[in-house]
Design a protein around this ligand. Structure first.
Ligand code: SAM
Length: 334
């Protein structure tokens, strides 16, 4: 039998205690919650009367929760239905921004809403759009060529059967459009082993979710644009849920937190300056207690840093992940 995650009906905000211990010394200003979801982080921060929250979410289904917070907290809370890549469009002058927070991934509510098709337990037409998307998984799976599909599965899902799955998709879709159940069957038939540790569709579904929601360019530009609006002394806090996300966040913080000498013969002015003070080299992970209450939190990793310099040049960050950005840009061929 495949091991599947048993999802609770309620969304538990992950690493909430840890988040509070990081942000509470900063209380008395504005916090930007880039991934509002069920509002777990925003509500907690708003409990302190000296705080304001500007929340962002791409999924309009969170609007009713945002309305409740608007009623309760008045001017201290505002909500924008947008993607966080556009964070630099927020007017931040005189707002006393203290921290920008990302809790990446999906909420339990989104996974359990089968009309969104984020789960391999969904039925019918492929979807996977979280909101404000340019295309769906239906278009990606039924229109992209074999090589593109293979790259998506390989690079975004680390799927070892990427070649075979892509080939089978091209063959099967000649007969009919491929829907969610068809895709699960194709993946299942591509595995020689009958039993696997996690559900066989996990990796391909993750890869398609990343591609459809353009998550790589969202994270990369979200981090860069957050840096642009964050004042010196402000904190950037990021919770990731899979290794690809964490790799990007880890590189961003580590690379710009170390004074790396390009050459010892260059004058001091040309040495790269630190942009952040990094607090923990290792990420903060959920406690045993949290894992017991909320098992899906097991892959969460929190990294955070304080901005200490305004000079920016993110060329090598973009260069490092250019292959992934190029794969996401394949959507232009749909
Ligand atoms: C893990 S949930 C956040 C849960 C939240 N911290 C809480 O306590 O309820 C992630 C949320 O981020 C949103 N999201 C994901 N990517 C986004 C993006 N690029 N821009 C804006 N919102 C995004 C999703 O729609 C989802 O509601």
């Amino acid at each position: 039998m495949n091991a599947t995650i048993k999802l609770e009906k309620k969304h538990f905000p992950v690493l909430l205690k840890e988040l509070v211990s990081i942000v509470s010394p900063l209380y008395g200003g504005t916090f930007i919650d880039c991934t509002f979801g069920q509002g777990g982080y925003s509500k907690k921060i708003l409990e302190n009367k000296n705080n304001s929250v500007i929340a962002i979410d791409r999924d309009k289904d969170v609007n009713p929760t945002a309305e409740v917070l608007k009623k309760k907290f008045g001017k201290r809370f505002s909500f924008i239905n947008s993607t966080f890549k556009e964070i630099n469009q927020i007017e931040v002058i005189n707002k006393n921004i203290k921290a920008i927070i990302f809790d990446l991934g999906y909420s339990t509510n989104q996974i359990l809403d089968y009309s969104k098709g984020l789960s391999f337990n969904s039925k019918g037409k492929l979807n996977m759009r979280m909101g404000l998307n340019k295309f769906s998984a239906h278009e990606a799976v039924n229109k992209l060529d074999e090589q593109h599909l293979r790259n998506i599965f390989k690079y975004f899902g680390d799927e070892k059967n990427a070649n075979l799955i892509a080939r089978k998709i091209i063959y099967e879709r000649k007969k009919n459009f491929i829907n969610t159940e068809d895709l699960v069957k194709i993946i299942d038939s591509s595995y020689k082993k009958k039993y696997t540790k996690s559900h066989k569709s996990t990796k391909v579904f993750q890869a398609l979710r990343i591609f459809v929601n353009q998550e790589i360019s969202q994270i990369i530009n979200g981090l860069i644009n957050s840096f642009k609006i964050l004042p010196i002394g402000g904190y950037l806090i990021v919770v990731t849920f899979h290794s690809l996300e964490d790799k990007i966040v880890k590189f961003f913080f580590k690379n710009y937190s170390e004074v790396s000498k390009i050459s010892r013969y260059l004058p001091d002015s040309q040495h790269k300056k630190k942009l952040f003070k990094l607090f923990n080299k290792k990420p903060i992970i959920p406690s045993d207690n949290e894992l017991k209450i909320n098992p899906p939190s097991r892959s969460a990793k929190l990294r955070y840093a304080m901005k200490i310099n305004d000079e920016e040049n993110f060329e090598n960050f973009l260069k490092k992940f250019q292959t992934l950005i190029d794969i996401e840009n394949l959507y232009l061929k749909i």
